[in-house]
Design a binder for this molecule. Structure first.
Ligand SMILES: [Zn+2]
Length: 98
């Protein structure tokens, strides 16, 4: 399964991950470069893990991430009529904040 590549905000072509730097078990700095030769933009962003959907099967995991509210039952996803995706997700699959 291929991960969906980030797109360049300037020209919408694919971005290539050039360098990563782990700051914490769930937080990385990421430097991107645009694959469009005519654009050539570069960016710095972040990659984060915010919740886990299913816990690790390891007896002593290195780092424990909080369970997602939708899994713990604290938040139930609202699925609009005629859709298969929860309303809290935008087109990119990222959760929308209120
Ligand atoms: Zn670009």
């Amino acid at each position: 399964m291929e991960a969906t590549a980030m797109k360049c905000p300037s020209c919408r072509e694919k971005l290539r991950m050039r360098t990563t730097e782990e700051e914490a078990p769930c937080f990385k700095n990421v430097w991107y470069e645009c694959t469009n030769f005519d654009c050539g933009a570069t960016f710095k962003g972040h990659q984060t893990i915010v919740h886990q959907i299913r816990p690790s099967a390891l007896e002593n995991p290195y780092h424990v991430v909080p369970m997602a509210p939708t899994v713990t039952g604290k938040l139930k996803p609202k699925i609009p009529q005629g859709s298969t995706k929860p309303a809290s997700l935008d087109k990119s699959g990222l959760e929308q904040r209120p």
